[in-house]
Design a protein around this ligand. Structure first.
Ligand code: GAL
Length: 679
């Protein structure tokens, strides 16, 4: 049965799991001695293990040894700490790659990857898949009856380092995918890809290769998109084989995977196979501490858009260092604040990467909770504090979803991949979603990311930023949203390409034309907006545009909201349109939705749907998020500023963190409050 994947879904978890990925294989028994005790004291109820331990569990082909994990699971279990295990397929052992070098991935230059790091084997290799099934089966059988094992993570961050493989196995798997997709009809494939251009016509499926853009020139965008879809299909099939084995061994286990990375459609079967998605949170990859809260919020909202609330199998607990970078050290309170940010945005469980900083290997400077010398210091104390707080808060968040008033279209892998295949140098739909999300987030609105096929009820405004690739099947959902009173904002270039990634035959915006009351009669790139400035004259201000202009033609029902100014042939021509439909309205904006443009659209959004910030009295820099269900509302007030803030008149209710009556109180740097209100 297919589950509806929705941003509003809570996970099916009955326990808020709190803990860390744990690597007993890195340490001797003496160093591990106190781990269960220290973990229990920190409030842990779970660890994750074994994702990179294939060489230990199967040291020689067919010879299994799970002793270290049996012992560790039992020692932790006795202290009330459960375990979820991982299939170890991100790091196949050396005996496997020695015996079968053809499992290694191959890059676009034809260079095979080497054994020596991770993700070196290709999921399209039948040999690798057979070995992956065998180790999964052996683990599943061995741990099926273990009362302390509660679930699984498949592999680890599939496609994190490498996704576009060109090995011999991928050539045949790509053809298999295409044969299935085009029902063996090569003519249908030629038509869908537009192979009449540059003499690309294929006589049979056997002639097709994985596309290598730029080798020598630009590749066919339709072929590139199908290749990206193939990668998703291939990884989904690989994961599915593991899921089947695990579910058969013990149907009580939860199964998750830690995403999200390139070319995997997390709104498709990949996630249907799981109980819920996992999402790894590393905010310090944004080097700017002032921007980090915004990027973290966006990334979390984006992760939630695929399928709903998620688990965080890895959350940053210290500075990360690898190769040529080393993050800032989180300040006291910062790890906890970032963890609360994840919980506010939809985490139903959270683990800190990682328990103890390893002293060797490529990640010997990737700092965990404990330092290299196994001394618990301030990071441990902070995580312990959160562990105590989560005893009350954890159960409260389960079963709630994050409130969204303004939705930004996001989380469609085909749309992202289509843009990447032929971007025209324009900002990507992902980048534009981040920009729009940030605009509303800074101003205190309940903004989130929502896919156009998702449940749009409850949203006041919905914004689709420049989704050239567009599925006509989404139109009825969008139309219903508008008819029911929502305000839809559609950015330039939307719906200009069909699902194959070819340009549509109709005048843009094609299938959206009846909804917006306008069509595009001319468009152009703005490559040097400073040299040939172009502006839109809004009622309150004139705003210089960037990236793109469209000249709009008014159709019945459409009303002009703003006009172009700056270049003679465009002067006074319509630039922004609005059409009323049912109880709502659709706006079409003939340029990119920059902050300046959004600022001018905001009054219309506010007026039409009484759209307002979640808690208008919140001081600047205090991030407000609400998780709710029919019974209650949990208000998160997170101080993201560099100093003290004073919160006044916050909603009446129970303060779950500070255990004090609500009213006026101060939050120090990195501090926060969570107020529970019954509805
Ligand atoms: C994650 C990965 C972990 C570890 C961590 C720190 O992406 O899943 O295994 O590598 O990053 O780099």
């Amino acid at each position: 049965m297919t589950r509806k994947l929705s941003h509003k879904n809570p996970t099916n978890l009955k326990t808020f799991y709190y803990g860390a990925p744990y690597y007993p294989e890195h340490w001797d028994a003496a160093t591990r001695e106190k781990d269960p005790e220290w973990m229990a004291a920190a409030g842990f109820n779970v660890v994750r293990m074994a994702e990179f331990a294939w060489d230990l569990m199967e040291p020689r082909e067919g010879e299994y040894n799970f002793a270290l994990f049996d012992e560790t699971i039992a020692r932790l279990g006795e202290k009330g700490i459960a375990t979820f295990l991982c299939t170890p397929t991100a790091t196949p052992p050396r005996w496997l790659t020695c015996a079968h070098p053809d499992v290694l991935r191959v890059d676009a230059d034809g260079v095979p990857m080497q054994h020596g790091s991770r993700q070196h084997a290709c999921p399209s290799s039948p040999v690798f898949r057979a070995y992956s099934r065998k180790i999964t089966q052996a683990m599943a059988e061995h741990f099926a009856g273990n009362p302390y094992v509660v679930g699984w993570q498949t592999d680890n961050e599939l496609n994190c380092h490498f996704s576009e493989c060109h090995c011999a196995n991928c050539q045949s798997a790509f053809r298999e995918f295409l044969r299935e997709k085009y029902h063996g009809d090569i003519g249908a494939l030629n038509a869908a890809w537009g192979t009449a251009f540059w003499a690309l016509t294929f006589g049979s499926f056997d002639e097709i290769q994985t596309p290598r853009n730029g080798k020598p020139a630009y590749a066919n965008p339709a072929q590139l998109l199908d290749y990206a879809r193939f990668i998703s299909w291939n990884v989904t099939r690989f994961q599915h084989e593991q899921v089947e084995i695990l579910r058969a061994a013990n149907p009580q286990w939860f199964i998750t995977h830690n995403g999200t990375f390139r070319h995997i459609d997390y709104r498709g079967e990949f996630t249907q196979d799981l109980d819920f998605l996992g999402y790894d949170v590393y905010p310090f990859f944004d080097a700017d501490p002032t921007h980090r809260p915004l990027s973290q919020a966006f990334n979390l909202d984006h992760a939630r858009a695929w399928s709903g609330n998620f688990m965080v199998p890895e959350q940053q607990s210290g500075p990360g260092g690898q190769g040529n970078y080393f993050h800032d050290n989180p300040e006291p309170g910062e790890i906890r604040r970032m963890a609360y940010t994840s919980i506010a945005h939809g985490a139903d469980s959270l683990l800190f990467f990682r328990w103890r900083t390893c002293r060797f290997g490529a990640e010997e400077y990737w700092c965990g909770i404990l330092d290299h010398d196994n001394v618990p210091r301030r990071r441990y104390e902070e995580i312990k504090q959160l562990g105590q707080e989560l005893k009350a808060l954890g159960p409260e968040v389960l079963g709630t979803h994050v409130r969204v008033d303004v939705g930004v279209a996001a989380a469609d892998m085909a749309v992202y991949d289509a843009h990447e295949a032929l971007s025209l140098g324009l900002p990507s739909p992902w980048q534009m979603a981040a920009l729009i999300h940030g605009f509303f987030c800074k101003r205190g609105y309940a903004v989130g990311c929502v896919h156009p096929a998702d449940d749009l009820s409850g949203l006041k405004a919905y914004i689709i930023p420049h989704w050239a690739l567009f599925n006509p099947e989404w139109v009825p959902n969008l139309t219903a949203f508008v008819e029911n009173g929502g305000t839809l904002v559609i950015g330039a270039r939307t719906a200009t390409k069909d699902w194959n990634n070819n340009v549509i035959a109709a005048t843009p915006p094609g299938v959206l034309t009846p909804l917006v009351g306008a069509r595009v009669s001319e468009y152009g790139r703005q490559n040097a907006p400073d040299k040939r400035p172009l502006s839109i004259n809004f009622p309150k201000a004139k705003v210089a545009t960037q990236h793109w202009y469209e000249l709009l033609e008014v159709l019945p029902g459409g009303a002009v909201m703003a006009r172009w100014e700056g270049r003679l042939h465009l002067d006074r021509k319509p630039a922004v349109m609005m059409k009323k439909l049912g109880a709502g309205a659709a706006l079409y904006v003939g340029t990119y939705l920059t902050e300046e443009v959004l600022e001018q659209l905001l009054p219309a959004l506010q007026e039409r749907n009484a759209l307002a910030p979640l808690w208008p009295a919140a001081p600047e820099g205090v991030h407000v998020v609400v998780r709710e269900n029919d019974e209650k509302r949990l208000w998160f007030f997170i101080n993201n500023t560099d100093g003290f803030v004073c919160l006044e008149n916050i909603p009446e209710g129970e303060d779950l963190i500070n255990k004090r009556l609500t009213g006026k109180f101060y939050l120090k740097r990195h501090e926060l409050a969570v107020v529970k209100q019954l509805r």
